[in-house]
Design a protein around this ligand. Sequence first.
Ligand code: T4K
Length: 403
Amino acid sequence: MSPKVLDDLIAHYRLSSPLYVTRPTLPSLDEYAGLLEGVWERQWLTNEGELHQRLERELCEFLGVEHLNLFCNGTIALLVALQALGIDEGEVITTPFTFPATVHVLDWNRLVPVFCDIDPVTFNLYVDRIEESITPNTRAILGVHVYGNPCDVERIQEIADRHGLYVIYDAAHAFGVQYKGRPILQYGDMSMVSFHATKLFTTGEGGALAPKSAEHYARVNLLKNFGIAGEESVIGPGINGKMNEFQAALGLLCLKSVDEEIVRRREVARMYGEGLKNVSGVEIPCVSPDVERNCAYFPVLIHEREYGMDRDGLYSLLKRFNVYARKYFYPLCSRYTSYRNLPSASPDRLPVGERVAKEVLCLPIYGKMEKHEAATVIELVRQLPQVVGGSSMCGGKAATADT
Ligand code: T4K
């Protein structure tokens, strides 16, 4: 590529401030301070404070679940989910195409992760490949609703029922998602959702478990509070997984705007969908019409041969324009030093995961993202391979807001 052509394009399209993969939509500081005044008055900072209780109730309603245990973050929640279900030895079938937390919680519970390949359409557990991984030591299936796109929850449940396994979902990305008109958190024995700063709904750090039964709800509450059942009674080795009042206050305010956040993200997703649908080599994964999406992420696959550049090339070039897309999730967890010697981690067993991890790029998407920013990303994804190939289209205008 001629440096001059690229420089021209940069002069034309570079954004004046960084465009990150996501940004939290925060309430006004005044509103937050208003809620903190109550915290100051009560001098109650954590351990199931008033705001914590309110958030738990409001989230149950919003998410359509009967029980919800709030947590300091999603990782500790997932760690506790396994403990609460008594999954304390053996193997757990899971996906390598996820954030490290999913697999690390298995390791921290001394469970052996068994990697199963991913579905080429949903990028979630490949249901046809699950049963071949089941052994007498298998205790559970841990699926991830990657990018908020649900796993094949019905078939996973059938397999689990046939083999007497628990089903746990890492629903970190799936806040508010519905599948066949039913809240996604209602599927499986327990689901975890994350409220990290990078998530659709945030408490800064935070998360929750949605257990099916009241019994599990009670057990999780004990386990996330050191196992303390009363002033003089500790029922077992619990941990500190509690959410504090500062997190709960932020959550209460963010919950008010989450519907609008989803609507705005859908608009960005619509622009990307329209603007990129005919770009050769750029694949926008299909989402089933049974899914009511939250648009937490906007992944695309970059097929090098048709596109004229590989995913890493595009990722790096976008940075020159102040656009920070992310390679969620590269490398696969099965490639980490801690897991790569497991028999199930062999790349030959995970061909779809290996390919998708090399091709996927998550484009920026969040509620406050401006239309001209989405239009610029579209224009760059369209033009950059032609520039690399030598024939610049620079001079064309950035796509209009309603592209
Ligand atoms: N399971 C799955 C499938 C997950 O994706 C995650 C978390 C978990 C489990 C664990 O849940 P938690 O224990 O976190 O509740 C981020 C997040 O740290 C992580 O929570 C998230 N997944 C993952 C997908 O993304 P990084 O390393 O990419 O974060 P970072 O700091 O590079 O942030 C990405 C972009 O977000 C920044 O470029 C700008 C923006 N950002 C970030 C932060 C922290 C902000 O605008 N404000 C912020 O405060 O992992």
